[in-house]
Each structure stands twice: as structure tokens, then as C-alpha cells.
Write a protein that binds this ligand. Structure first.
Ligand code: SAM
Length: 444
């Protein structure tokens, strides 16, 4: 290895340690830290991402291992936090990356000086070497420690266990896998098999799913912008579980559709692709930056919606009094179904966040229901598996409500099921109070 590559290797690890600490100590998200210029060469960006995603995905296990390998406890100050992050990165490399031990250890030790911890070089070296010697003992001990074994916080393991006892291991394992890349093809503009053939000519293999007719699963992820027809709006990146929303909502020509939590616009766009002759699509979100992403997305796809920057629950501020035949509430949630895509959720989410999230979901349902026309349909969706946000939310909403019924039951998709994200859908129909009508189940 040249001295130049050696220095670059140390630099990537130093940057990764700082970014890891910015997530673990300061509570920043993975997306936020990766959006900043990283200070490494372009060719080192894939390694930086691999180090960062991997060390966050396995954070709870790595932190437990570190605690067992250092005799001096590292403090909460920035310097110690970055040093601890660097050692966790070293442990991650030894267990998950195909880099020879000596190269991983020496680049990690050299990175100590770059995070202002030059005097801890010996500590970094000693801990990584001790890990190799004691790996077998640590593995055996880990089996008894759920946080380390599953690399999830204990409260989340317990919450999943309480709701889905027999599925617990499957959910936890799926949360720790790397997610696949799904595409949504605009099948009004291009036949999906033709598009798959175009991908194959570009060297990308993809598989269809019969029950999600717009979805293609890429064998290997690829940059979105490199996909054939991406700039022209033939294709978007969207998990197949999210693509089920348009079918459940079942929009019809001439209807007014509200997407109440719309940004960055993935489902709004799919609804418009599925049913281009709507009377109007209103896409609302209270985060203006994310709403801008929705505007960009719709522009790329050549689709039009009325965009409103507002609080969906504060209907007096933005509703013009005309009812909607379809409402999509893709609610803010704990996002436990998409941990494989956003492993920082395991580090950043607190059990205490759940009360506020659940209260907001309740408020959104209560406040948006009056905007639905009789005979209309409201689709409630989350990307979580926790029952209090899903079944619990809907069962409570339906209690003593004479004008609502649930079509087709609760639909819970588990993370990893058919290689999809974890999602929940409940389709609510509005009828006149004494009518009690029930329509057929939504298409699946
Ligand atoms: C799950 S994401 C929506 C994803 C989007 N439907 C898609 O498919 O691309 C939830 C969104 O709800 C928005 N949100 C949270 N609380 C809201 C509120 N009170 N009113 C409107 N939007 C809200 C968030 O800003 C976030 O963009």
C-alpha cells in the first residue's frame, strides 16, 4: 500500500469516527451528516458510507464489545466520544469488512491522531488486538445479552417482543440486513417488461413482483440518476411496500385526493401515475424543505399537484371546505419498519418519543376524517410494526364511530417479508351513520 493510500485510509476512518460521534453523541441523523461535504476524496466515499452505515447498524453490539474490552471508561465529552467511535469502527471492520486485519488496524490506529487523540494510538491498537484474542469468549457471552445479540436498544426489543412474540427474531434480523433497491416504473409510459429489458441492456438485472405491478427489484443497487429514463420520469426509487398505497387508495378519475403527509412526494406521484385524470391532487406537508423535494420529484415526473405547506391537523388554516373522495394519511411514525434503510433510528429513537407520535397520529385521523366525502376512502399508513401506532390507533378510531368501517382488515407487512419494508395499511370507508354499508376489500 502506498503512503498516499495509507494516509487516505486513515483520513476516511477519522472522518467516519467524527460523523459516527455526531450521530451517537449529538443526535444528528445519518442523512444529515452525509449531506455535508465529507472532506474525503470521491473514490473514498463508498468506504466512508460503508463504515458509517455499518458502525451505526451494529452500534449496540459494538458498544457492548467496547465496554468489555476497555478497562478505563471513556467519558461523554466530544474527544472521548470520537475516540470511542473510532474504536467501534475498528471493531466493525474486523467483523464485517473484507479488509486484512493488519490494514484495518493500522489505518484505524493512524486515524487517532486525526481526531486529536494521537496519545490514544496504543489504546486503539490494544483494544483491537484484544478483540481478536477474545472474540470467542465475547461471542458466547453476547448470546445472553439481547441488546448486543440483536444490536437494538432493549426497549425496542421488548416492544417488538410484546407485539409480535413469535416474529421477534425475524423482525430484528431483517432490521439488521442491508436493504435492496426497489424501483417504481410508470407503467402508463413504459411496459414494465420492456423497461426491465432496457435495464438488462444497461447491465442491471431486475425482478418483477406479480402483486405489485409497478415494482422491480434490482439485483444490485445503482445510483438513481444512472437508471435509464430517470431524468425523463419513467422510473422512481420506492420500496414495493410503499407502492401498495396507490392500489389500496384506489383513486378514480374526477376525484379530489388529499395526501395529508406528502413529502417527499413518493406516494403522491404514484397516485397521479396510477390515475392521471383526477380532479385535483392536494399534497400537504408541514416541513417546507421536504415539500420542496416533493415539488422537484413531481416536476421530474411531469406530474402536477396543489402543494400546501401546513399542519394537516390544523384544517381551518388550509381547507377550502370542499370534501375529498380519497385521503391518504401516511402518518409520521416510529419508522420501525424501515430500520434496515435508516439504521440510525435504533440509535436516535427513544421510547419516550412514542407518546407524542401516537398522539399526533390520533389527532391527524380525528381532524382529517370530517374532510372525507360520504362514500369516500381514507387510507391510513405507517412504516412501523408497533401495534399502538397501527391496529391500536385504528381500533380506537373506529370505537363508537357510526360512519366508518374498515375495509379488508389490518394489513401488516413485516420488514424483510418478500424483501419489502415493514408497512401497515388500514383502509377506512365513510358511510352515512345509519347505512352501515360495506364495500369489497381493496385490491392487493
Ligand atoms: C412518512 S413521511 C411521508 C412520506 C410520503 N408520503 C412519501 O411517500 O414520500 C411523513 C411526513 O409527514 C410530515 N408531517 C408530520 N407531521 C405533520 C403534520 N402535522 N402535518 C403535515 N405533515 C406532517 C413529515 O414532515 C413527513 O414528511
Amino acid at each position: 500500500m502506498s503512503a498516499e493510500r495509507g494516509a487516505a485510509g486513515a483520513r476516511v476512518r477519522g472522518v467516519a469516527a467524527k460523523l459516527n460521534a455526531a450521530i451517537v453523541r449529538d443526535g444528528k441523523t445519518l442523512d444529515a451528516v452525509l449531506a455535508e461535504p465529507a472532506g474525503v476524496a470521491d473514490r473514498d466515499l463508498p468506504l466512508l458510507r460503508a463504515l458509517l452505515y455499518g458502525s451505526i447498524r451494529w452500534h449496540h453490539r459494538l458498544a457492548w464489545q467496547l465496554d468489555r474490552l476497555v478497562t478505563r471508561r471513556l467519558g461523554r465529552g466530544r474527544k472521548d466520544a470520537e475516540l470511542a467511535a473510532l474504536i467501534r469502527l475498528g471493531l466493525f471492520q474486523l467483523q464485517w469488512l473484507r479488509i486484512p486485519d493488519h490494514a484495518a488496524v493500522s489505518a484505524t490506529v493512524d486515524a487517532a491522531a486525526l481526531i486529536g487523540a494521537g496519545r490514544a494510538r496504543g489504546l486503539v491498537n490494544a483494544v483491537l488486538r484484544r478483540f481478536r484474542r477474545e472474540e470467542g469468549r465475547l461471542d458466547a457471552a453476547m448470546a445472553e445479552v439481547p441488546e448486543a445479540r440483536w444490536s437494538h436498544p432493549r426497549w425496542l426489543i421488548d416492544a417488538i417482543e410484546a407485539d409480535w412474540t413469535t416474529r421477534r427474531e425475524g423482525i430484528l434480523e431483517a432490521n439488521n440486513r442491508q436493504p435492496p433497491m426497489w424501483l417504481r416504473v410508470n407503467t402508463r409510459r413504459v411496459d414494465i417488461d420492456d423497461y426491465a429489458a432496457t435495464l438488462a441492456r444497461a447491465g442491471l438485472s431486475a425482478e418483477r413482483r406479480d402483486d405489485v405491478p409497478s415494482a422491480l427489484l434490482l439485483e444490485e443497487p445503482a445510483p438513481a440518476a444512472s437508471l435509464p429514463g430517470y431524468a425523463d420520469g419513467l422510473v422512481s426509487v420506492q420500496d414495493a411496500a410503499a407502492q401498495l398505497a396507490a392500489a389500496y387508495l384506489d383513486p378514480r378519475p374526477g376525484q379530489r385526493v388529499l395526501d395529508a403527509c406528502a413529502a417527499p412526494g413518493g406516494k403522491t406521484a404514484h397516485v397521479l401515475e396510477a390515475c392521471p385524470r383526477l380532479a385535483e391532487a392536494v399534497a400537504l406537508d408541514r416541513d417546507p424543505d421536504r415539500l420542496k423535494l416533493a415539488a422537484d420529484n413531481l416536476a421530474r415526473l411531469g406530474l402536477a399537484a396543489t402543494l400546501i405547506d401546513g399542519d394537516a391537523a390544523d384544517t381551518e388554516a388550509w381547507w377550502d371546505g370542499r370534501p375529498f373522495e380519497r385521503i391518504l394519511v401516511d402518518a409520521p411514525c416510529s419508522a420501525i419498519g424501515v430500520v434496515r434503510r435508516h439504521p440510525d433510528i435504533k440509535v436516535l429513537r427513544r421510547e419516550s418519543d412514542l407518546d407524542a407520535v401516537a398522539a399526533l397520529q390520533t389527532r391527524l385521523l380525528e381532524r382529517l376524517w370530517p374532510l372525507l366525502a360520504p362514500g369516500g376512502r381514507l387510507l391510513y399508513a405507517t412504516c412501523t410494526v408497533l401495534k399502538r401506532e397501527n391496529h391500536g390507533q385504528i381500533e380506537r378510531f373506529l370505537t363508537d364511530r357510526a360512519d366508518a368501517s374498515l375495509l379488508g382488515g389490518h394489513r401488516q407487512l413485516f420488514p424483510g417479508e418478500a424483501n419489502m419494508d415493514g408497512f401497515y395499511y388500514a383502509c377506512l370507508e365513510k358511510h352515512e351513520a345509519r347505512q352501515g354499508s360495506r364495500a369489497s376489500s381493496p385490491k392487493q
